[in-house]
Design a protein around this ligand. Sequence first.
Ligand SMILES: [Zn+2]
Length: 284
Amino acid sequence: MKNKNILYLLGSGRSGTTLLATVLNSTSSIHTSGELHQFYTYLKDRSTCSCGASINDCEYWSLILKDLNLSTKEIYTFEKKQNNEEFHRYIPFILLGKKPSKDYISSQENLFTSLTKNNDKNWILDSSKYIARFLLLNQIPSLNIKGIYVVRDVRGVINSFNKQVQTPKKPISTIFYYLLTNFFGQLICWLNKDVVKLKYEEFIENPQATIDQIYNKLLGYNHGAISLEDNFIIPHIIGGNRLKRNKTIKIKKDIAWKTSISRPKQVFYYLLCFPFMILNKYKI
Ligand SMILES: [Zn+2]
């Protein structure tokens, strides 16, 4: 049986993770599954996969569902357990030794066993970004989990959350969220040698270097050149942002915040997040 190898994306939302996950899916060893913390909620609500079909009818996910063969009761139990245990407020408790429940462990093990079995790549990419989920999965001995922590200039994140699309956030709540996700993301990155940190802006500038960094540092081998002219095909993902409704994505620079946020506000937001801005070498 194949090892259950998981690459886990950490960092704040709107940091280009859907794009990164899609580009990684085009490489030889990585299969992108989307935000797996939503898997059981998707099942409960019969939500739609990025391909447009309901998760129950999607050609990819229906294979997984057939494999898992879950009863309605199990779906409800697993969904509830997962949402409870992965809640942000438990992060400090998990860091201090709180363990995942039996139901949590078996539901995640079964999911990753099925995902691993149903594709020919060696690594499953989970773009959940939830810190508590990363810490809990990390405690399950049968899972081999490595992290990719993505940082982005807070003003790019604010600008993206400010667009009136799904789940808009006001600048101040974005800043709280940014400080929280980056505090723990950075902490995990310092404590865990199997986590690589990369910058959204550097990925957009030089995607090949980022892919090489992930392959060399986490997977332990080199990957050939990726084709940058291509539109990258979006796989069957759950969760993810509005980009996923397109069939393909292009790598494109998004620096709209430099013109759409006034200069005084740019400086103000920078100062509120200054430890991370300085640590990650962003200019004011
Ligand atoms: Zn699908």
